[in-house]
Design a protein. Structure first.
Length: 288
């Protein structure tokens, strides 16, 4: 039954009612699909059900169109929203970056080595500093400078590039610009940001120096979806690192950057593997 091939991924959500697991698993069995992995969660607070299944068709000629057509009437009974992702799908990801290179370096390395099953057709920046990294990976790099007066035009250029390259996910890999409300709305549910978890206590410039002066005992990072609330979108992943009195500001920065790159990678992986469900201002994230 089990296969070494990558699985198909089925995800769905619907109101919490009796029979949600049964309607999905019964159809999988009837259609001849071997369920290899299954996660489900019923959110009592939101009165909503979520499910994610990895499966392998057991018969040649499996058709996503026929699967969806057959499942549609059953899903309608439960007001179920669902998606089906083929194993060969590699989401097209645009990376936005400024001058810090640690997150970009990590994402490109994992992309190149196959640890992240994505395509990166374009990198966009408001600075020219990291163009050499893009060139080394043979990825087009667009330098789009920005000032308060040119922000609308610059963001319009970003949107044009995202559409030109048929982008499915945008990753802000330490892109040090506040996105406008219009761009946040355009990217709703398909843009991930990363920042240090010292917020909201240490805002503004030199946050690690501020934290050191207060004697913090931990540093961390938060990866979340972008929305109109600055750095307060639905959280996907968080990381944490213990520190103590022997760590000076430069040590806190180094440890913080390590946590940032790992946390961002985990968030991107969860998103592309369809492990994240939006539930209002929160997320449901199924672990691997």
């Amino acid at each position: 039954m089990k296969s070494k091939l990558k699985p198909w991924i089925f995800t769905a959500s619907c109101p919490s009612v009796l029979g949600t697991v049964d309607v999905v698993t019964r159809y999988m069995a009837e259609y001849g699909n071997y369920v290899e992995d299954i996660h489900s969660f019923d959110d009592r607070a939101a009165d909503r059900f979520f499910i994610r299944i990895e499966f392998h068709p057991q018969f040649e000629g499996f058709s996503a169109e026929e699967f969806n057509t057959g499942f549609s009437p059953r899903a309608e009974e439960f007001e179920m929203e669902w998606s089906l992702t083929p194993p060969e799908h590699r989401p097209r990801v645009a990376i936005l970056v400024s001058k810090y290179d640690h997150c970009l370096n990590d994402l490109l390395y994992r992309h190149r080595t196959g640890q992240l099953n994505i395509e990166v057709p374009v990198i966009i920046s408001n600075h020219p500093d990291l163009k050499h990294l893009a060139e080394w990976h043979d990825i087009p790099y667009y330098h789009l400078p920005i000032t308060p007066d040119t922000k609308p035009e610059q963001e319009a250029q970003i949107v044009k590039l995202l559409e030109e390259y048929d982008i499915e996910l945008v990753v802000l890999a330490r892109y040090m610009q506040v996105l406008s409300a219009d761009l946040c709305s355009y990217l709703d549910g398909k843009a991930i940001n990363i920042h240090h978890s010292l917020l909201p206590g240490f805002k503004g410039a030199r946050p690690y120096h501020q934290a050191w002066e207060k004697g913090v005992k931990m540093v961390g990072a938060t990866a979340h979806y972008v929305n109109n609330d600055l750095d307060e979108g639905p959280i996907i992943a968080q990381g944490l690192q213990q520190v103590d009195h022997a760590h000076y500001p430069e040590d806190l920065i180094a440890k913080g950057q390590d946590v940032e790159r790992i946390t961002l990678m985990n968030a991107v992986r969860c998103h592309i593997e369809k492990r994240v469900f939006l539930c209002g201002s929160r997320t449901v994230v199924f672990s691997k």
